[in-house]
Write a protein that binds this ligand. Structure first.
Ligand SMILES: Nc1ncnc2c1ncn2[C@@H]1O[C@H](COP(=O)(O)OP(=O)(O)OP(=O)(O)O)[C@@H](O)[C@H]1O
Length: 296
């Protein structure tokens, strides 16, 4: 029987594909040999101890530090050939908007479109509608004319997510979107991320607060000392952490405390968040607190 090959278009082009990719600073790699593929619509959490290279990786994807080696493709286009960087929406780490910036939510969200619009072109009706839609998606439709300085930290994070959405990105990259906000506002942010996931938005989310994203992420990628140390479904991550802990305990019992130190698990903390523990995926976390839906 003649077996008809699937048409080429039936194989989805990955949203992000890294093949032995290295990123670093001043031409020297810090994250090395990273293999990572995000399919369209996937939500991937990027975890790892402080200094393990998470920000170096995502900022490298955005062209904000050096791509030192290997292949990096965004929807099949090599990073270096990417004409339109606004295809990657970015919500930077620990950013709240300065009180000295006297701008409305509408104005800040609209700045997300500047990179993809020629400087001489004014915002079209479509552009303006997209700003309103982005604000609505993050639950701030009724705050469009509010001064951003009057908003809470969690609301300001949502303004920055809306700003990233306003350029119709193919992929949303977020660096610790829930860090430094209280549990109730983490829940509101998680609701926003869940909504985006439901809309099919591809997301790469750097986080120390996996519990806040429970049920949202499809896959977990863990970095350790500049390399990927785990890549798999959330259900397998707890077992991975448990085995790392067992190895560390065995090392300690033999007087090799360096094993635990090497894995960095005991330093796997963050100023703003809870320590991640092996049982975390099923354990008590910020998601167990009340959800302030009314803030949306
Ligand atoms: N601009 C820079 N120039 C040189 N080295 C840098 C620069 N930014 C970060 N690094 C170094 O890169 C390494 C990885 O840092 P990175 O910020 O990627 O870690 P991280 O996993 O995101 O940590 P955290 O969870 O604390 O944000 C660190 O040793 C850091 O000092």
């Amino acid at each position: 029987m003649l077996v008809t090959a699937l048409p080429h278009s039936a194989v989805p082009t990955p949203a992000i594909r890294l093949d032995h990719a290295s990123f670093g600073y001043a031409g020297r790699p810090f994250t090395e040999g990273v293999n990572l593929t995000l399919q369209p619509g996937e939500v991937v959490a990027l975890l790892g101890p402080n200094g393990s290279g998470k920000s170096t990786l995502v900022r490298g994807l955005l062209g904000l530090n050096d791509h030192v080696g290997g292949t990096v493709e965004i929807y099949g286009t090599p990073l270096e050939d990417l004409q339109d960087r606004s295809r990657l929406g970015y919500v930077p780490q620990r950013h709240t908007l300065s009180a000295s910036v006297r701008s409305t939510v509408r104005e800040v969200v609209a700045t997300g479109q500047l990179a993809s619009r020629p400087w001489w072109r004014r915002a079209s009706a479509d552009d303006r509608a997209l700003v309103e839609k982005a604000a609505d998606t993050v639950g701030l439709a009724d705050r469009l004319e509010a001064d951003v300085a009057t908003l809470s930290g969690g609301q300001q994070r949502r303004v920055l997510i809306a700003r990233a959405l306003a350029s119709r990105p193919d992929v949303l990259i977020m660096d610790e979107p829930t860090a430094g906000v209280d549990a109730a506002n983490q829940d509101v942010l998680a609701t926003v991320l869940r909504r985006l996931a439901g809309l099919g938005v591809t997301m790469l989310v750097v986080t120390h607060e996996l519990a806040a994203l429970r049920g949202i992420v499809d896959r977990i990628v863990e970095m350790d000392a500049g390399q990927v140390s785990f890549d798999g479904p959330p259900a397998q991550y707890a077992e991975h952490r448990a085995s790392v802990s067992r190895a560390a305990d065995a090392g300690l019992a033999q007087g090799h405390s360096s094993i635990r130190h090497h894995h960095g698990y005991d330093e796997h903390h963050h100023d703003d968040g809870p320590v991640e523990a092996p049982g975390l995926l099923s354990g008590v976390g910020p998601m167990d607190g009340p959800v302030e839906e009314q803030e949306l």
